[in-house]
Design a protein around this ligand. Structure first.
Ligand SMILES: C[S@@+](CC[C@H](N)C(=O)[O-])C[C@H]1O[C@@H](n2cnc3c(N)ncnc32)[C@H](O)[C@@H]1O
Length: 322
């Protein structure tokens, strides 16, 4: 009987702890693990989304909403897609919300050109070194990357989950006979995997921080690659410097990007990207940082991967062992 008072207190404590929301008692490292590796993007926040965010045009122009797009391997995060849909007509405005990507393009293309020429034993001084190679640009947006890749000779497929993005990309690419060869589709990496498509190089630049499940997304990227194919992923590090520059400076001070474009908790460290790619049978061979020089207004390739960075890896084997 003497023990019953502490037992009652313990029971009370346990009962009251059940009323606390799970996110407030789960350590952040476990929440991050769930974000990286969970197989579903069903999350309670769907119920509290503003109605304009609940319905957007995604795959093949069909209307979807977050609660319905819950296939066990979907990479779709409808909140994120709504942000891109809202500004889709500004993809090619060099002073608009995609200004940072316009400025970054020559620098990231220099890295892509040099790693892929080495990977495929192509001449980097050639005007069209990627002739005869099939590349996929996953999350292609308005085609800022797809177009120069096509100009470098690659046979490019660009896919994006937002129908408006693909339409803008198509319109822009059709203005030049060289880029009009690009195949644009409103679809996802996982759907193309289901269709059995494969490519020599798989590129997903500035996309992984916007998807519902980075680990599943990387598995799809890997499955799209031929054996020993190349994979390139770029994103933003989950560092304090990235918080200060990619969110505070870019969104609130310089107003380059609409506020709320990036969620710091969705950023991945280089170690995390390497790990989830390795688990998806992609061996990361090289990483480089992109550093912005505010005086020249240019991005430079750098060893500093504390904010923006790109990873290049090769497909080691099929997904069977995962
Ligand atoms: C920051 S933009 C990057 C665009 C392009 N990769 C570039 O770097 O110029 C991210 C793009 O990814 C697309 N996206 C987000 N989640 C996606 C998913 N699960 N599947 C395909 N596209 C996705 C968005 O619609 C958006 O166009």
């Amino acid at each position: 009987m003497l023990a019953s008072k502490p037992m009652n207190q313990l029971r009370k404590l346990l009962l009251s702890s059940r009323r606390v929301s799970s996110s407030s008692i789960i350590p952040p490292s476990i929440l991050l693990h769930q974000r990286l590796f969970s197989t579903s993007d069903t999350d309670a926040s769907a119920a509290s989304l503003p109605s304009s965010h609940q319905k957007i045009q995604t795959l093949e122009g069909k209307t979807s909403n977050k609660s319905r797009s819950t296939s066990s391997t979907t990479s779709l995060n409808e909140d994120e897609l709504a942000k891109f849909s809202a500004i889709a007509d500004t993809w090619w405005h060099s002073e608009g919300p995609f200004k940072p990507l316009h400025l970054l393009n020559p620098t990231r293309l220099a890295f892509i050109r040099s790693t892929l020429c080495r990977h495929f034993s192509k001449d980097p001084s050639s005007a069209r070194p990627f002739e005869g190679l099939r590349f996929i640009d996953v999350g292609c947006g308005g085609g800022l990357l797809s177009e120069p890749l096509a100009r470098m000779g690659a046979t490019v497929t660009g896919v994006d989950a937002v129908d408006k993005n693909v339409k803008i990309a198509r319109l822009h690419a059709d203005m030049d006979p060289v880029t009009s060869t690009i195949e644009y589709q409103c679809t996802t990496a996982e759907k193309l995997v289901d269709e059995g498509r494969t490519f020599d190089a798989v590129l997903a630049l500035e996309v992984i921080e916007h998807v519902a499940n980075p680990a599943e997304f990387c598995k799809s990227l890997s499955a799209l690659s031929i054996p020993n194919g190349a994979t390139l992923v770029s994103t933003i590090n989950r560092s304090m410097r990235a918080y200060a520059s990619a969110i505070v400076a870019a969104e609130y001070i310089l107003r380059w990007l609409p506020k709320g474009t990036h969620q710091w908790s969705s950023f991945l460290t280089p170690e995390e990207v390497s790990m989830i790619l390795r688990r998806a049978s992609v061996d990361v061979k090289e990483m480089a940082g992109f550093v912005f020089n505010p005086i020249t207004g240019r991005w430079l390739l750098s060893d500093d991967i504390s904010v923006n960075y790109i990873a290049y890896g090769t497909k080691t084997s099929d997904l069977g062992d995962i």
